[in-house]
Design a protein around this ligand. Structure first.
Ligand SMILES: [Zn+2]
Ligand SMILES: [Zn+2]
Length: 349
């Protein structure tokens, strides 16, 4: 037997337990490429995973599904854009591996694939020197797109889908509850789609400052302001559409109260497992409630194209880059609310 080559990896070992360890470099299957990871963002879903509250993630596990890096080995195949999977190409990748054959895939709902696998949950992820990914999931980066910004394609794709599902029109209004990464990315996604009136609520003044910088029409600090009363002042009839990027009982109730009769509320946040809602009110006001989960290929491609066009520039207030070795302390600080930046991206190699 040949000796398995080793790499440095950030391994999650159980609730609140994460360590830098040696791990085997992934072996490639036909059609896969090995990526030397350069940048990998920490996702909110991984924080619940870190705490052991996410059944999708079983230790020991290398997480990391928001990443970019350089292809250093190829087992054939083509990239998402149809070009041959060449070594030396910088790429980001769609971490949601789908079967393409089940009933959900066949109707285009690949995000709901019956056999879907997430790199960094069902397969080893990108918080490591190397990650194996099907070539067809990889998007070659233009020279002007940095690895760090490219690693944000995945969360932006989640936000884009939520905005798409609201069906908000440019002359309509959108309220986003929560200015974490998904809420803030929904804001820029909505602005990119030409939505002019976008209101954002949060309890953090620094996050709301980022929201204003990114074009929020109004921000609501829920520590000082009542969401419904403030919305009534801004737009007396209510908002046309709402995205709840928190998913707490209180924000779900706020979403329903703020929307106009006949309006649409999209739930993307996953804070509380169950919530009780004013269901008879939903019936009488014909309010549409939709869930939004991850993204399909078109959402991912759209997010990638927007970033390639320069939608996001690194900024000190919202993005913090740290070395991979700072992974364990970063996870601990994030779950304990000790990080001011909206997003942490780990830099590798
Ligand atoms: Zn993510
Ligand atoms: Zn499928």
């Amino acid at each position: 037997m040949s000796e398995t080559k080793q790499m440095e990896a950030l391994v999650w070992l159980g609730p609140r337990e994460m360590k830098m360890q040696q791990a085997a470099i992934p072996q490639l299957h036909p059609g896969e490429v090995l990526i030397a990871v350069r940048a990998a963002g920490i996702c909110g879903s991984e924080l619940s995973g870190y705490l052991g509250q996410n059944s999708l993630r079983v230790p020991p596990l290398v997480m990391g599904h928001e990443a970019a890096g350089e292809v250093i080995q190829s087992a054939g195949g083509t990239f998402a854009d149809g070009s041959p999977a060449h070594i030396g190409t910088r790429v980001t990748f769609n971490p949601l591996v789908t079967c393409g054959e089940c009933d959900r895939c066949r109707v285009g709902l690949t995000n709901l694939c019956r056999q879907r696998q997430l790199i960094g949950a069902h397969r080893p992820g990108a918080f490591a020197q190397f990650v194996a990914v099907p070539a067809v999931q990889c998007y070659p980066l233009p020279a002007n797109l940095s690895d760090t910004i490219a690693s944000l394609t995945e969360p932006l794709a989640c936000s884009l889908r939520a905005v798409k599902l609201t069906q908000v029109q440019p002359d309509q209004s959108l309220l986003i509850l929560g200015a974490g990464p998904i809420g803030l990315f929904a804001l820029i996604a909505a602005r990119a789609e030409g939505i002019k009136r976008v209101y954002v609520s949060d309890l953090s003044e620094s996050r709301l400052a980022v929201a204003r910088q990114w074009g929020a029409t109004e921000t609501i600090n829920v520590q000082k302001q009542d969401v419904q009363a403030t919305i009534q002042k801004i737009t007396p009839d209510g908002v046309d559409t709402v995205i709840d990027a928190v998913g707490a009982n209180v924000t779900r109730a706020q979403a329903v109260q703020a929307v106009v009769p006949g309006g649409t509320v999209v739930f993307i946040g996953l804070h509380d497992e169950t919530s009780s809602l004013a269901t008879n009110y939903l019936v009488r006001q014909e309010i549409t409630i939709r869930g939004s989960f991850s993204y399909d290929q078109s959402d991912f491609k759209r997010a990638f194209d927007l970033l390639a066009q320069g939608l996001l520039q690194p900024g000190t207030e919202w993005l913090e880059e740290r070395p991979l070795a700072a992974g364990p302390s970063s996870f601990a600080q994030l779950v304990d609310g000790q990080v001011t930046a909206t997003k942490i991206v780990l830099r590798i190699n």
